[in-house]
Design a protein around this ligand. Structure first.
Ligand code: ASN
Length: 490
């Protein structure tokens, strides 16, 4: 029998429909794979009993012909999504004992459609990081290794557990969130597909907040089609999230395989960085050539404010984080450290509960929002944000359908390699943050490998609420590049 964990969601859906295997068998195969791969540290909580119960219930529904669009598909959930009665920590010590009495909208929609919960996935603490090394549960290991080397590499972050688990076939797909690149960068580091939808496309209700004007959830999967299938369940208006937009959810899967003939693809000259590895340049040109061969037209475009995006992001995101994280005070929920009085209790709880990167961001955020510095930093960063948004609007007004860029400036790096200088870590987001600043959708698709055999990804940026075009174009790249799976060593 084929290894059930190697199937795509689309293949598993067909297998379940033709009764080649049951949801219970599919779930059991994944639970066994998870157990055998604990060395990757992708899961921070395994929920095998819940998974088997859910799979059994789905099998009964399938037998009655009532299975939903994701019936029996086993998924992993980033530990930033609240799951009712199941510990949800954001991978922070401060939430280590938090068991939500409610379910996030996105996960509710996945269970409504028949998906099965395998467990909660590791991430950078409060989604702050690009390597999954800031988690209170320790770093996640990338299932990919350099050829001939056994150095352990990061899977990227902050959705490192999601990317690692999907790449290593420890789930068929995963939820993830992206504030500045947290879906797309780990997808690029692990040869998986990750899409950050338009801001407002998916509900943020029940997801632990980092920077509310930038946070957006999306799927990580092993193929463009699988990402589209998951998006159909995850997207949609939610009255509980006032920033979610009431626009009908299209059939994203129908966009996969659609012709891209006549589409105009922008190649932004500002993304050609000094000192960019030749392999990334080559990948980028190859991707453009594949789209051209499929009938798209390539045009050079300019996004002149790109160089300000990263510094502006690292003002806006910490500012919002400092405000959002003020709620963790030891009074309402989460960790509470003992003290002589309430002020000391706040101080002790927050000092003990937050890791170094989170503390750094709270400090930066508090500083840039403080009287006297607000105008110089926060207000200016917001103005820059408007200019970045306008760059994209100008470009799309000229008829450009999507923009092609590299997803990351390098392939995956070693665990511990970039710990010393936070700015070096922040540079990982150089190609992805503009998309969050402008609220646009962006997809990362595996497109090739570097000289050491590590995967590299390309990013496509679309117009607001036009994820469909990204799925169509993404599939062209996937077809041309092929799909990559890591060699199993764990
Ligand atoms: N959350 C994200 O999108 C990750 C980004 N690297 C950050 O640390 O802010």
């Amino acid at each position: 029998m084929t290894d059930l964990t190697s199937l795509t969601i689309a293949e598993a859906r067909a297998g379940l429909a033709s009764k080649s295997f049951t949801a219970r068998e599919l779930t059991d195969a994944h639970l066994a794979a998870i157990e055998a791969a604990r060395v990757l540290n992708a899961y921070v909580l395994e929920t095998p009993e819940r998974a088997r119960e859910m799979a059994k219930a789905v099998d009964e529904k399938i037998a009655k012909g009532e299975g939903g669009p994701l019936a029996g598909i086993p998924l992993g959930i980033k530990d930033l999504f609240a799951t009712r009665d199941i510990r949800t920590t954001a991978c922070s010590k401060i939430l280590s004992n938090f068991i939500p009495p409610y379910e996030s909208t996105i996960t509710s929609q996945l269970w409504r459609d028949g998906a099965v919960l395998l467990g909660k996935l590791n991430n950078d603490e409060f989604a702050m990081g690009s390597s999954n090394e800031t988690s209170c549960f320790g770093p996640v290991t990338n299932p990919w290794r350099r050829e001939g080397s056994n150095t352990t590499l990061v899977p990227g972050g902050s959705s490192g557990g999601s990317a690692s688990a999907v790449a290593a076939s420890l789930c068929m797909g995963a939820t993830a969130t992206d504030t500045g690149g947290s879906i797309r960068q780990p997808a690029a580091f692990t040869a998986t597909v990750g899409i950050k939808p338009t801001y407002g496309r998916c509900s943020r209700w029940g997801i632990v907040a980092f920077a509310s004007s930038l946070d957006q959830a999306g799927p990580i999967a092993r193929s463009v089609r699988d990402a589209a299938i998951l998006m159909c369940s995850m997207a949609g208006h939610d009255p509980k999230d006032t920033t979610s937009v009431d626009i009908a959810v299209p059939d994203y899967e129908a966009a996969v395989g659609k012709s891209v003939r006549g589409m105009k693809i922008g190649i932004p000259k500002e993304y050609r960085l000094d000192g960019m590895p030749a392999e990334i340049e080559k990948l980028w040109s190859e991707g453009a050539a594949w789209l051209k061969a499929a009938g798209a037209e390539l045009v050079e475009v300019s996004l002149p404010h790109t160089k300000y995006a990263l510094p502006a992001y690292y003002i806006v995101a910490p500012a919002e984080a400092s405000s959002n994280l003020a709620r963790y005070d030891g009074v309402r929920y989460g960790l509470r450290e003992g003290a002589k009085n309430i002020i000391e209790m706040y101080e002790n709880t927050r000092a003990e509960g937050f890791g170094a990167e989170v503390r750094r961001r709270v400090l930066i955020g508090t500083y840039v929002l403080s009287a006297g510095y607000y105008d110089a930093y926060y207000l200016r960063a917001q103005k820059v944000r408007t200019l970045i948004k306008k760059d994209f609007e100008d470009c799309f007004a000229k008829g450009v359908n999507a923009i092609l860029t590299p997803a990351t400036p390098s392939a995956a790096f070693g665990i511990g390699e970039k710990g010393a200088d936070p700015v070096e870590m922040y540079l990982n987001d150089i190609f992805t943050v503009t998309v969050n600043m402008a609220g646009l959708p962006g997809i990362a698709v595996p497109a090739g490998k570097d000289a050491q055999g590590l995967p590299l990804g390309l990013q496509l940026i679309g117009r607001a609420f036009d994820e469909e075009t990204l799925f169509s174009l993404g599939e062209v790249i996937e077809q041309a590049a092929g799909r990559f799976t890591p060699q199993k060593w764990w």
